[in-house]
Ligand binder design. Structure first.
Ligand SMILES: [Zn+2]
Length: 210
């Protein structure tokens, strides 16, 4: 894909995508195929990302981090999109951005928001984290269950972002990203999840990367 500078967004990892230039060269499906690409970039923690952003607002804004302990998934009714969020969706639609096809559906907020509670692997992580889940899969999951009762949707969210990801024998990691708003740079959210079988993960095979 072609990318360009993100304009006023000065975070080092932020780039705008030219949606018309996206070309799929090869599809990498399944944990064994993905691990050689993903494992080498796992590093740091929620604590280290937040400390970095606290010391320098333009420190790493994105990371794939390991988790110490999983403490739970909180689910609460979605208050509806804020005017700022709706404006952002309109901008996506006008620019012909990557997910344009999903914008009309996004106008209706999903029923629930969700947060993940966890600790980092390091012993110095003494205060559990509670990070909002912004993973697109949270919205998509609720879209698929649009005609099901609330209790079933809540159960499915807890299952997907808790039970399934942190099942015994899995080695979960979280894609974390912070916000463009400079006063909230220390606030990282869950943008995605990675939870391969433990036997496959963190293998010495992958330590040198590709
Ligand atoms: Zn921590």
């Amino acid at each position: 894909m072609r990318v360009r500078d993100a304009g006023t967004d000065a975070r080092p990892e932020s780039l705008k995508i030219d949606a018309t230039s996206v070309t799929i060269l090869r599809s990498v499906d399944g944990w064994p195929a993905r691990a050689p690409y993903i494992e080498p970039v796992i590093g740091g923690s929620m604590c280290s990302l937040a400390a970095g952003a606290g010391a320098d607002p333009n420190a790493a804004s994105l990371g794939l981090v390991a988790v110490g302990s999983f403490l739970g998934v909180d689910v609460a009714p979605h208050p509806g999109w804020s005017p700022a969020e709706l404006e952002r969706f309109s901008r996506f639609a006008e620019q012909g951005d990557l997910f344009r096809a999903d914008v009309p559906r996004m106008r209706q907020a999903p029923r629930f928001k969700a947060w993940l509670r966890f600790t980092c692997p390091e012993a110095a992580c003494v205060r559990p984290h509670r990070a909002g889940i912004l993973d697109w899969e949270l919205t998509a999951l609720q879209g698929r269950l649009h005609d099901r009762p609330d209790s079933e949707v809540v159960h499915a969210i807890r299952n997907k972002f808790g039970t399934q990801m942190f099942a015994p024998g899995r080695a979960p990691a979280l894609y974390l990203g912070n916000q463009e708003n400079i006063v909230r740079r220390r606030q990282f959210m869950v943008l995605g999840t990675y939870y391969p079988p433990a036997g496959l993960a963190r293998s010495p095979l992958f330590l040198d990367g590709l």
